[in-house]
Design a protein. Structure first.
Lengths: 202, 120
């Protein structure tokens, strides 16, 4: 039954991915990406990864959709992505996918309790059966995240901080929408190289 | 049984390749970021499905639960989700700057502008 739910949701995910490829409208693509993240969060719940599902629904589906919509409001989002369907790309993608599928033939089956990842004595077994004594937290994910791999989480915070600085230094604090002082030239023309960088340096 | 046991991984690979195809074949830069998002989420899915144990439960310790899924992959993916959003934010900020500089976010038009500037 659980497997059936997973298979149906996965098929749904693949349909969404095909929709993202086929649709030319950018807004539809962003909305579908949000839906894709939400369905993925549902699958994570079925697969017992409740913490990941929370984060994916909040961050992957919420914040990234907002970021995309914000970026589209600063660019012209009525432009349709005009991609060509190049044969080389299709051949490359099918070839890479075929090689990866060949690689999965050695993988342990889904849900196998005896796969090496589950039985490693120093990692999973240690975390599952010793973490209560060592950290006192019933949620193993929290104890690994905050205690055993605390430096990893600190590094993650540094990455987010760096990304925040990068975005701020690229965009500045005050931003004007393209309608306010849009470049007059049509897309594809050489933009004016005047000195009005207003909005960037503020 | 082999098909059902490996269906997860095959679905992940299909999703991954869909993201890669969008990255290669679409010229619009925002569309490329969408493809990157599809690719990223499929990787998360690969890890989580490797950690699942049949009949297991979420790794929150309780005396009534006999078997848990692997908590380590959950931690790794929690970190990866947050880092992925940070990457997306920086990429989109770069796209906004590119739009301000070139007036377009289509890759082929940007290349045309660059070559014209190079000739001039």
């Amino acid at each position: 039954m659980e497997l059936l739910v997973t298979v149906v949701l996965l098929t749904f995910l693949m349909a969404i991915a095909v929709g993202i490829i086929v649709l030319r409208d950018l807004l539809a693509g962003v909305i579908l990406l949000g839906l894709y993240s939400l369905v993925a969060a549902g699958i994570f719940v079925v697969m017992d990864a409740v913490d990941v599902a929370f984060t994916e629904a909040a961050v992957g589906c919420g914040i990234s959709t907002i970021l995309f919509l914000g970026a589209m409001s600063f660019t012209k989002h009525d432009q349709k992505p005009r991609g060509h369907d190049s044969l080389i790309a299709i051949v490359f993608v099918v070839l890479a996918g075929g090689l990866l599928i060949y690689g999965t033939l050695d993988m342990p089956y889904y849900g196998d309790p005896n796969s090496p990842a589950q039985t490693h004595p120093e990692l999973t077994q240690h975390y599952l059966y010793k973490s209560m004594d060592e950290t006192g937290m019933p949620n193993v994910v929290t104890s690994v995240l905050a205690s055993y791999r605390g430096y990893d989480t600190l590094g993650e915070t540094v990455v987010v901080f760096t990304a925040g600085i990068a975005v701020l230094s690229l965009l500045g604090l005050i931003r004007r929408r393209p309608e306010d002082d849009a470049p007059e030239d049509a897309p594809g023309d050489i933009p004016r190289h005047s000195s009005d960088d207003s909005g960037v340096d503020s | 049984m082999a098909v059902l046991g490996l269906y997860n991984y095959w679905a992940v690979i299909v999703l991954m390749m869909a993201g890669l195809y969008i990255l290669i074949a679409r010229y619009n830069l925002i569309k490329k970021m969408i493809g990157l998002g599809v690719f990223q989420t499929s990787i998360f899915y690969l890890y989580i499905s490797m950690g699942k144990v049949q009949g297991g439960s979420a790794p929150i310790l309780d005396d009534a639960v006999p078997l848990y899924s692997n908590p380590l992959v959950h931690v790794l993916i929690l970190t990866a989700i947050v880092v992925g959003v940070a990457t997306t934010a920086v990429g989109l900020a770069l796209i906004v700057r590119i739009y301000e500089e070139y007036g377009t976010i289509e890759e082929d038009e940007i290349k045309a502008i660059e070559s014209r500037e190079h000739d001039a």
